[in-house]
Design a protein around this ligand. Structure first.
Ligand code: GCW
Length: 613
């Protein structure tokens, strides 16, 4: 294949279009890879329908046997090959994914642009229509199946004409694409426009209106005739200008249930995003606190949703910032199906220019979320038409790690990162350790040179790359830090906005006082004076300066490390070219943030380093 498939370099043959079942693909992959990875060994596949997505792998002499459900055998084949390729022992016992739907959300527009896309244009669309390379789609199917992902929503949640045609005049094309991904165990999903009936002579989109209900019921029938195994619809409603039930005075249970009922006869899911907040806030208004919004809109509706509705909740209460506490809404809806949403696209985390490996961050999120309440996992993809799919060659570790975590959320980040590194580059031990360490530390480094201590934002408005400490300060998006000469941050405790009260008690205790709150989240929950003494004895302002200088220094060290690594071409050149830009970005962040706080606080750096005036 002309395009690079980073973590499965031993699968060099394109998957032929003639293979139409997971079992056939599993055999094909094993046949090409076993002679390279385990010469003399053969594989035996047994399908046990009841095992569904699960599998077991065993070895008897030279025979490697995989049993599993229809898709399970394919997952088993990839697990087996990855173990052989890395010299790890075969996975023991019954392998079952922890989460039911392991979804990717592509924010691809029909025009071919990708909202928050940093690796080229859309893999699926160009110029207002479907436009893809079928061989590349199969390659993508292979990537997704190899890490166990099973649902892909192909279009942006902000549905713009003509993407609304996906469930109307584009159904034959949608069916063709679904057929390409089906053998990989990947079902397609589409984002829909809540007001669609109004373009078909229905005077309203009110979910309680009979005509509206009839339109969606009929439309679901038509859609499922074309794509019988469509995973369902994804909806962004009443959010950032999208249409939704609020227009008609209806709540989101009424809004979602209407669509869910239309999908139910066909086994479809209705995935409804909870990213709902007032994006036209007046910065003078201190009674509204954006992180409170999702809980306020949804928690009281617990138990009122149809059983095929899944509420999709961003991992934090804001919006994919470098560090946020886990969303309290995840704890507040025990009677509702929930999915947690991550963002692989590095919108606020370096845009696939800066190195930012997410597994360490996800470990923290999985540790903090209610393990038994969340049933599905979603992530905004970082994929595009770039030859390596992810822009920065190292950004592939995030897609890889996301899939592995969605299968087994108890994994350790280092294990995931090492696995990816070894599969992708197969370097000597020392170089492997070096790259693993670099990736493991990359998120902390990025965090150090950007917005401090859970303060969030401070990014340049609109495109969200680079610093602009007050860029959002007087805007309508509800993201303020309120720095003055004495203090910074917003008090979100009971005596402040009350956001803290949305949490279960143990979190309230932990975050409730500046003393108990972890340093890295202190400015998320509290408004603190610059001379507040942190847990390690430094003042808050000194901690901000130190972190920023350290972040820049660590980036410089990363750049040196990168130069010395024996990475193959063109990954090496691509990584080095991006590192040049990361260095510029880190320096801008460091200097601008330090200057900003120095100007407000009037406090000098205790170590006399350069802070510009
Ligand atoms: O953070 C915001 C992004 C928007 C995105 C939105 C969302 C798709 O800046 O680009 O819109 O989140 O999650 O809906």
């Amino acid at each position: 294949m002309n395009k690079r498939l980073t973590w499965l370099p031993f699968l060099t043959e394109d998957i032929p279009a003639s293979l139409v079942t997971p079992e056939q693909i599993a055999r094909f992959e094993l046949e090409q890879a076993l002679p390279k990875l385990a010469p003399g060994k053969t594989a035996q596949l047994t399908i046990v329908d009841a095992m569904e997505e699960g599998c077991t792998i065993q070895q008897h002499g030279d025979v490697l046997s995989i049993s599993g459900g229809k898709v399970g055998v394919l997952y088993g084949a990839y697990k087996l090959l990855m173990s052989l390729a890395t010299g790890h022992p075969l996975p023991e016992g019954d392998q079952q994914p922890r989460y039911g739907l392991r979804m990717l959300n592509c924010w691809d527009n029909a025009s071919g642009d990708i909202e928050r896309g940093y690796s080229g244009r859309s893999l699926f669309f160009e110029n207002g229509k479907f436009d893809y390379d079928p061989a590349r789609m199969r390659q993508l199917g292979r990537m997704l199946a190899s890490v166990g992902l099973n649902v892909m929503c192909i279009n942006n949640v902000n549905v713009r004409y003509p993407a609304d045609q996906l469930i109307e005049s584009w159904l034959p094309e949608l069916a063709e694409l679904a057929a390409i991904f089906r053998p990989f165990g990947v079902k397609l999903m589409v984002s829909i426009d809540y007001s669609a009936p109004m373009r078909h002579g229905v005077p309203t989109a009110d979910p309680l209106d009979k005509q509206v209900q009839a339109w969606w019921t009929k439309q679901a029938e038509i859609v499922y005739q074309a794509v019988p195994d469509l995973a369902g619809f994804l909806v962004k409603a009443d959010s950032e200008g999208r249409p939704g039930p609020f227009t008609y005075g209806r709540n989101h249970a009424e809004g979602a249930n209407m669509l869910a009922r239309a999908l139910k006869p066909f086994g479809g899911k209705l995935v409804w995003r909870c990213f709902v907040y007032n994006c036209r806030q007046d910065w003078r208004d201190t009674t509204t606190d954006r992180p409170k919004a999702a809980y306020e809109h949804y928690a009281y509706l617990d138990g009122q949703f149809e059983d095929n509705v899944i509420l999709q909740i961003k991992n934090g209460p804001f919006d994919f910032q470098v560090r946020e506490p886990v969303s309290p809404l995840l704890y507040a809806m025990p009677k509702t199906n929930l999915a947690m949403e991550f963002q692989l696209a590095q919108e606020y985390t370096g845009q696939q220019v800066d190195i930012y490996a997410m597994p360490p961050m996800w470990r923290e999120v999985y540790d903090d979320m209610p393990a038994d309440k969340v049933m599905s996992i979603a992530a905004v993809t970082n994929l595009g038409r770039d030859e390596n799919y992810t822009g920065h060659p190292f950004a592939a570790v995030n897609l890889f790690g996301y899939g592995l975590f969605a299968w087994d959320p108890d994994l350790q980040p280092e294990k995931i990162i090492r696995l990816w590194t070894r599969l992708t580059y197969g370097m000597d031990q020392l170089s492997e350790d070096t790259l693993v360490n670099l990736l493991m530390g990359s998120r902390r480094t990025y965090e150090k040179y950007t917005a401090p201590l859970g303060l969030c934002w401070m990014v340049s408005p609109n495109h969200h790359y680079g610093p602009s400490p007050s860029g959002y300060e007087y805007q309508a998006w509800g993201t303020y830090h309120k720095a003055d000469r004495d203090a910074v941050g917003i008090d979100r405790t009971a005596s402040g906005t009350g956001y803290l009260l949305q949490y279960p008690e143990e979190f309230q205790k932990l975050y409730g006082t500046p003393e108990t709150c972890p340093d890295l989240l202190k400015l998320f929950f509290h408004r603190l004076r610059y001379d507040y003494v942190m847990s390690d004895g430094r003042t808050m302002i000194q901690r901000i300066y130190d972190d920023h200088f350290e972040g820049l220094e660590e980036t410089r060290t990363m750049a040196e490390t990168l130069k010395a690594l024996p990475l193959p071409s063109p990954d090496k050149e691509e990584a080095l070219e991006r590192m040049e830009r990361q260095l510029v970005n880190a320096r801008e962040w460091c200097d601008i943030t330090n200057t900003f706080f120095r100007r407000y606080s009037g406090i000098e750096d205790a170590h006399g380093r350069t802070i510009y005036r």
